[in-house]
Each structure stands twice: as C-alpha cells, then as structure tokens.
Design a protein around this ligand. Structure first.
Ligand code: NAD
Length: 358
C-alpha cells in the first residue's frame, strides 16, 4: 500500500514522541512491504511563532490531501498569555472542525504489566478494555450560548442541540466497532431529564434494532456510568455518548490506567483523513529531556493503521510489540515506579526492534 501520512509534531514533547512513532511506522512499512510517505507541518505554538496562526493554511491543505494525520501535542507556557490574539489550542479546534472529525475514539485498555500504576484495585481493573466513542462536533460546546441582563445581575445560557443525522452517524460507527470487538454496545445519556438525550435514545434504538440486532445493546444514565466505570469497568466493551458526557467520562476512564503516557486517541470523520494523537498534552516540564513516554503516540500510530488504512494485522503488530517491550520490563520514567528507566529514544528503539523481530 502507498499512503501519505502528515505528521504534526507540535510543541513540547510532541516532536520527541512523534519522531519515535514515525520510526515504528517505517519499521511496519519495511516488514509488510508498504510505502508510507511522511510530510511534517507546523501546528500550535511553533506555528504561531513562525506564521502568526496556530493552523497555517499550508498545514491544513496538506492534511486534506493525506490519508491520515498523526499529531503530537500543542501548547506551553510561552503561549499561555490569556490576552494573546491566538492560542495553540485554536489550531486543534480548527483542524477538527475543518476535517469534519465528529467521532473521538478513546480506548481505555489497562495494560496488565502496568496494572499496579492504577489508583484502583487490581481485581477491579485487570482486563479492562473499553472503546469510547465521544461525539466531537455537536452538543453543549457548539450550541447557542450567551448572556442576558437579569434582575439579579445577569443570566447565562448554553444550549445542547443534536439532530438525528449527527446522532445516527456516530451510533452506527460505534455499532460497527462493537461488532468487530466483543459485541456489546452501551449508549450513555441523561434521558430521565434531557429531551436531547431522549432523541439519542430513540435514534440509537431504531438503528440497533434494524441494523445491529446481533449486538448486546444497553443504555446507562451518565451519573450511573460515572460510578460503573470505577466499580465494574470490565463489563463494558464499546460505549457511545454525546460530547460533554464523553469529555468527562473519557478523562475519568483514563485514570483507570494510571498513566497518561500510554493512551492514544483517534478522531474520525468521513470522508477525509482521520487524526491520531496521544491523549496527553505537550508536557513542557519534561520537554527536551528525553523523559517522554512515546508509547501513547506509538499506539496512536497503530490506531491510524487500523482505522484510516484498514491495516488490522499491521496495527496488531504494533500493539503486540508494545506488549512485548512492557513484558520485557522496559519502562520510561513515568511508568517505572521509581525503578530503572529508558529514554524516549531508547523506548522507541525497543518497539522498533520488537516490530522487526515479528
Ligand atoms: P500534560 O498532559 O502535558 O502533562 C501532565 C503531566 O503528565 C505532566 O507532569 C507531564 O510531564 C506528564 N506527561 C504527559 N505526557 C507524558 C508522557 N508522554 N510521558 C511522560 N510524562 C507525561 O498536561 P498539562 O501539563 O496540563 O498541559 C501542558 C500543555 O499541554 C498545556 O499548554 C496544555 O494546554 C497542553 N495540552 C495539549 C493537549 C493536546 O495537544 N491535545 C492536551 C492537553 C494539554
């Protein structure tokens, strides 16, 4: 396969971790006989410094022409001035909007080798493997909002709004994914209170009964889900929900694993390229010191192969390589629990070796 992959290393540790993911993708291309063409473009703070905007037109144009985009992270203290005309995060919001990325996929997989890094008890989290689908371009974060004068001072409002099409496309995507996994789909809402949730429930129910009767489907209220994630996370397979509930639940879920440096994510739309990134930020406190864990970005590269290039075997090859490296006791400082640790580059090299070794 020939594929064009755009790399957006960004700021802080972004360039360090993306460099390692690129080496892993090159090892995959060599092992499986693919041609991956890489192009690197600025986004975030470094783009503001060079071009005065967090998402230069040339970066966006290159992304549109690519099959997939791999992003590091953006931001840092240098660009934190609240009075600044533009901020690094504006680049992220714009690229998601421009590429129509309506589904955010967040796998929460507890690596058995790192089970002790979690703040939760081993017997509760061991074996947890959830794939969240969070709607990314609608709901409360994008509805009408504003302020009005009020007798007591002011009133403010934010509107949660969804239409049938927006709900249907992500529920379908999540249902397809559940079919390829363990066959269970959970829809999270607040239908006891919110009309918009009642539409989610209606649309989901119709799609599942008509096109996915083979799935084990259930609905859970968001407040109950917040508890279930901590009490019985192993029960869940694929979870689909709207933007704000997903924002909160996926961050809660990430704590099950105990390590930011291990978790990838993907944002998908259609048509057009998917965007893949680690869930962590630019970690300015450790940037340039060789301390960053590159595994989240390497696992994001595995998601890229799976979801944008349809290369399931190659995606699994990366995930297996990461497993082997962890089995062999290789750790970066953030997951070493005070024991010996490898640099960012050394960890990347270990994964490359494991990919090559088959
Ligand atoms: P952060 O995720 O960058 O860092 C939080 C803590 O986790 C830090 O102590 C950091 O050293 C550690 N950490 C993060 N990733 C790690 C890795 N791969 N290996 C080892 N340790 C790691 O969050 P923050 O400190 O709140 O934010 C820093 C900057 O990143 C801010 O400017 C923020 O706006 C930005 N940010 C960007 C994104 C993104 O680009 N998607 C996401 C979150 C935060």
């Amino acid at each position: 396969m020939d594929a064009r992959i755009v790399l957006l290393p960004g700021d802080g540790i972004g360039p360090e971790v993306v460099a390692q993911a690129r080496l892993v993708l090159q090892a995959i291309a060599a092992r499986f006989g693919h041609q991956f063409e890489f192009q690197s473009h600025p986004i975030g703070g470094c783009a503001i410094d060079e071009f005065g905007t967090a998402l230069p037109d040339a970066t966006l144009a290159a992304c549109r022409k690519a099959q997939a985009v791999l992003l590091g992270a953006v931001g840092g203290p240098k660009w934190d001035d609240p009075k600044a005309k533009t901020r690094p995060e504006a680049g992220l919001l714009k690229i998601r909007k421009e590429l129509g990325l309506f589904a955010n996929l967040r796998p929460i997989r507890v690596q058995r080798q790192l089970v002790d890094a979690s703040p939760l008890k081993k017997e509760i989290i061991d074996g947890t493997d959830i794939l969240f689908f969070r709607e990314l371009t609608g709901g409360l974060y994008f509805g009408d909002s504003g302020r009005n004068p009020h007798a007591s001072g002011e009133e403010a409002f934010s509107t949660m709004i969804y239409n049938t099409g927006e709900i249907a496309r992500i529920v379908r995507m999540a249902a397809e994914a559940a079919r390829k996994r363990r066959g269970r789909l959970t829809m999270v809402d607040k239908a006891n209170v919110l009309e918009v949730s009642r539409l989610w429930r209606q649309v989901s129910q119709e799609i599942i009964s008509k096109d996915f009767p083979d799935l084990k489907y259930d609905v859970v209220l968001v407040d109950a889900m917040a508890m279930h994630l901590l009490a019985k996370p192993k029960e869940y397979d694929v979870v689909v929900t709207e933007n704000m509930f997903g924002d909160i639940l996926t961050d809660e879920g990430s704590m099950l694993t105990g390590s930011l440096g291990m978790l990838p994510s993907a944002s998908l739309g259609s048509p057009g390229p998917g965007l893949y990134e680690p869930i962590h930020g630019s970690a300015p406190d450790i940037a340039g010191k060789g301390l960053a864990n590159p595994l989240a970005t390497i696992l994001a590269a595995a998601m890229l192969l799976r979801h944008s290039l349809n290369l399931e075997t190659e995606a699994k090859a990366i995930e297996t390589a990461v497993d082997k490296v962890l089995d062999a006791g290789c750790r970066t400082k953030d997951i070493a629990s005070g024991g010996p640790s490898l640099s960012t580059e050394a960890m990347g090299e270990k994964v490359v070796e494991a990919v090559k070794a088959k």
